[in-house]
Design a protein. Structure first.
Length: 473
């Protein structure tokens, strides 16, 4: 049967902004991506242009289109240094740090992903496990009942400490704290609007600071690789594994590639996990009956101890809670690909160079897939079996998250440790605004109170836009 395709001029979408044109429509999207994408979906359907009759940015809001964009990695490339909104000079420290799996394509991506896979096999997870537990125990050892914390900042610092220990093998007293501070500064700048908007290497500008930090971070990673190679002692961290792996043709990762891939792991495995942990604890604090059920499960299986790696699969409710949290408030709100050739999608023919944007947040709120989509219902996962392109907190397809299993292990360890020690609540009338340009985060942090552990039925009412995204009644 012959299919008739519409030209790009038929693409629906809002009018281009006066004077600024299609790029002017990026302004409300950047300010409020969730609100803007939700409006596009409601008003224009499943395939929508950022500005009608243009193809620079096209949004897709259905699993079948997620599959088309995510499964064909030769037709749809990830944004790389040449197409990134951040200016990345060739042969610079920034370009080498910005050359991980997320930012490379084609045969180079396939080869390097294959070389990295041994570091994330099940037997390697067991080697990393004790470090995840030890870093978590050390961090929580500084918490006390009665204290108030910014939960999001605490989770950022904890997950970064875990990443530094597991990925490069550094303890706090062996340079781990210094690397954590450097990485936190670098990551905050590389995703900052100021560095993207004013990409000039001039004193006083964010981009100048990013350039200097890039050189410092690259130097630190390069010296770490040199020390590991000189010691000749096998270690259980990811970097040590990556230094040893090779393919059947004896191809290995070069030092430049090791730097790019290690830094990519810091970016991918830190902020996203911190976001998921923060929102999961928030949702539990606002749903005391679910919190009590999770506590009962932990008490019955763990008796106050850290779970062994074998016990993680027994914590079925905790697993469902994490899955439901990442459905409702996914760490990555949207992601983009760019077409390498003309293509058809739905009823439209679109050209090479079209930037395709898909959203886990929108997909996870399709009522036909997830009834009562704004409700936190971990019990739905007793029977829910969504397809790989219907539930995408870790993306999907050939470029799905390599560290998804590690991230789930880390979250279960951290949550089990916190929930068995403290009852986490929010101060009354806290303002919680859901935000983030690409990675979800509470806009002004997440204030929490640490209470004695135990079952409770209380919850604190909160203000802010979170109540428009999650049904807290």
């Amino acid at each position: 049967m012959h299919t008739s395709y519409a030209g790009q001029n038929a693409l629906p979408g809002p009018r281009p902004m006066p004077l600024l044109g299609v790029r002017g429509n990026l302004i409300p999207f950047i300010r409020n991506p969730i609100g803007y994408m939700g409006s596009l979906h409601r008003n224009y359907g499943e395939i929508v242009s950022l500005a009608r009759r243009t193809t620079e940015y096209v949004f897709v809001f259905a699993p079948e289109y997620n599959q088309q964009v995510l499964s064909n990695t030769s037709l749809f490339y990830n944004l790389d240094p040449s197409s990134s909104p951040l200016r990345i000079p060739p042969n610079s420290a920034l370009s080498r740090l910005f050359a991980g799996l997320t930012q490379i394509n084609g045969a180079r991506h396939t080869q390097q992903r294959q070389l990295m896979m041994p570091a994330f096999q099940k037997k390697r997870m067991e080697a990393y496990y004790d470090d995840v537990v030890a870093v978590t125990e050390r961090r929580l050892g500084g918490w006390r009942v009665g204290q108030q914390h910014d939960l999001f900042q605490e989770m950022r610092e904890l997950t970064l400490s875990i990443a530094v220990k597991v990925f490069v093998g550094l303890d706090p007293d062996q340079g781990g704290d210094a690397m954590c501070r450097l990485l936190e500064q670098w990551i905050s700048l590389v995703f900052s609007l100021s560095a993207m908007a004013l990409p000039f290497n001039l004193p006083g500008l964010s981009y100048h600071r990013l350039t200097a930090l890039s050189e410092e971070l690259e130097g630190l990673l390069r010296s770490l690789i040199k020390r590991k190679r000189a010691s000749g002692v096998g270690q259980n961290d990811v970097l040590s594994t990556l230094m040893q792996v090779h393919d059947e043709d004896n191809n290995r990762l070069t030092d430049d590639e090791l730097i790019g891939q290690t830094n990519f792991l810091f970016m991918a495995g830190h902020a996203t996990t911190a976001s998921a942990l923060t929102w999961t604890l928030f949702l539990l604090a606002q749903h005391p009956s679910v919190m009590n059920d999770v506590l009962d499960e932990c008490a019955g299986k763990l008796h106050g101890d850290a779970p062994t790696i074998g016990q993680l699969d027994e914590l079925s409710l905790l697993d469902s809670v994490i899955k439901e949290s990442m459905r409702l408030l996914p760490p990555v709100l949207w992601w983009g690909r760019i077409s390498t050739a003309p293509f058809s999608i739905g009823p439209y023919e679109l050209p090479e160079g079209t930037r395709m944007i898909h959203s886990a947040y929108i997909t996870h709120r399709i009522a036909e897939l997830y009834p009562q989509p704004n409700k936190f219902l971990p019990e739905r996962w007793r029977t829910a079996r969504p397809g790989p392109y219907e539930y995408v907190p870790f993306s999907a397809g050939p470029r799905g998250c390599l560290g998804a299993t590690f991230a789930m292990i880390e979250m279960k360890v951290v949550l089990a440790a916190i929930l068995q020690r403290y009852r986490v609540t929010l101060p009354p009338d806290s303002k919680i605004d859901f935000g983030g340009m690409m990675l979800s985060a509470p806009k002004s942090g997440m204030p929490i109170q640490l209470n004695p552990p135990g079952r409770h039925q209380d919850m604190s009412r909160v203000r802010g836009n979170i109540s428009s995204m999650v049904d807290l009644n």
